[in-house]
Ligand binder design. Structure first.
Ligand code: PMP
Ligand code: GLU
Length: 402
């Protein structure tokens, strides 16, 4: 081919593995295959009625024009109120910007603060898109590995060791996608002690799974001593409010960083959807008790699913305190030969499970944890149970063959 329209930055970019697996599952289903997809991280619940009604009113009230780039003033106020109510933090509206999902908030942020060659510390396992967004912005993702033997949590000593002269930023999620791990107070204090020696590092705390916490309270690192002025909180409506399709996320942080994000957003997308903004206000101002029914359902599924997955031969599971994923280590299964096919990595394992069990999961490689797979349990228990039985049948069959 004597032409290449595609830029190098895209040629070297990996497709989002979570979305790729979801696409593959949809394609196979469209071909009539019986596929259970545990690949995509989104609540199976529909958006609560009171939020939908706010969206409908927004349409009827003709909120159909461009909004301020930052988002409507009443949305920024609602976000500030939420951050005061839930985190006890005082943000002014000029410290907040709403975007088309937390994903765009993170992209704006990376483009706004990273210079070519800047290093970003990324505790692994991490959410798939951090690495690619950092690279797109010219930064270098420095992975800090934490396996299930340390509950998938990077220690303060690891953090300290990884910091160098080029370190510009740290980004992590708690509860974590893909592991569901959550940082507790003493761990965040230890991190804070290290970070206090390096005041020029910007800390990005992705709190999108804030509400989906079962065994311990969600804590924001921004509330720890000395952290408020150097932390950017990223959050959004997708997970806790079952609003993935509305595309509404936000960030809150230092004014200069927010202003830089505003410049980028003003040139790239103008603002998030006016309708989604008005709907989000209803969700943010509502008593968090109004979404508790989803959290309760996730907890029941977490418990049942964890027990079922622990029972699968070759799966080693750390039971996660939050989010809606299980992230078993399947290293033991990666030495197998399957009807002549060698299963050498999680990618092979997931392809095999898709073919043989009709169950889609995401290989851990995409999250910086090659020996693991991610299963989303944001589905009805009957579906989850069926999925586990299918996986188990294939694996037990393999063991039976010796
Ligand atoms: N952060 C994490 C950790 C996520 O899992 C996701 C998944 N959607 C996002 C950010 C982005 O969410 P959204 O763009 O839907 O708000
Ligand atoms: N964050 C979700 C996931 O991890 C949705 C897909 C995506 O945006 O990556 O599956």
């Amino acid at each position: 081919m004597d032409r290449n329209f595609v830029a190098k930055r895209v040629e070297t970019m990996n497709e989002s593995e979570t979305l790729a697996m979801a696409r593959k599952s949809r394609e196979l289903k469209a071909q009539g295959k019986d596929i259970i997809s545990l690949s995509l991280g989104e609540p199976d619940f529909d958006t609560p009625d009171f939020i939908k009604e706010a969206g409908i009113s927004a349409i009827q009230d003709n909120h159909s024009h461009y909004t301020p780039v930052q988002g409507y003033a009443d949305l920024l106020d609602a976000i500030a109120l939420k951050l005061k109510r839930d985190q006890g933090l005082d943000y002014s509206p000029k410290q907040i910007i709403a975007s088309n999902g937390a994903k765009q908030s993170i992209a704006n942020l990376c483009l706004a603060v990273l210079n070519p060659g800047d290093e970003v510390l990324v505790p692994a396992p991490y959410w798939v898109s951090y690495r690619e967004i950092i690279r797109l912005a010219g930064g270098i993702a420095v992975e800090l590995k934490a396996g299930h033997e340390q509950d998938f949590k990077v220690s303060a000593a690891q953090l300290e060791q990884a910091i160098g002269p080029k370190t510009k930023m740290l980004i992590f999620s708690s509860p974590c996608n893909p592991t569901g791990a959550m940082m507790c107070s003493s761990e965040l204090l230890e991190w804070t002690a290290v970070l206090s020696k390096h005041p020029s590092i910007l800390v990005v705390s992705d709190e999108i799974y804030e509400h989906i916490a079962f065994d311990q309270p969600h804590l924001s690192i921004a509330t720890f001593p000395g952290m408020f002025h150097r932390t950017v909180i990223v959050n959004g409506m997708s997970k806790g409010f079952a609003m993935t399709g509305w595309r509404l996320g936000y960030l809150a942080g230092p004014v200069d960083v927010v202003d830089a994000c505003l410049k980028i957003q003003g040139q790239l997308t103008s603002a998030p959807s006016s309708i989604a903004q008005k709907a989000a206000i209803a969700g943010l101002l509502a008593n968090p008790a109004s979404i508790q029914y989803m959290v309760d359902a996730f907890k029941i599924r977490r418990d049942k699913m964890a027990a079922a997955v622990k029972d699968i031969p070759g799966f080693v599971l750390t039971v996660p305190p939050g989010a809606f994923y299980l992230f078993p280590d399947i290293s033991e299964c990666l030495t197998w030969n399957w009807a002549g096919k060698s299963v050498k990595d999680a990618q092979d394992f997931c392809s095999l499970m898709l073919e043989e069990a009709g169950v889609a999961m995401v290989p851990g490689d995409a999250f910086g944890a090659p020996g693991c797979v991610r299963l989303s349990y944001a589905a009805d228990w009957s579906i989850l149970e069926d999925a586990v039985q299918r996986i188990k049948r294939v694996i037990e069959h393999h063991y039976a063959l010796g």
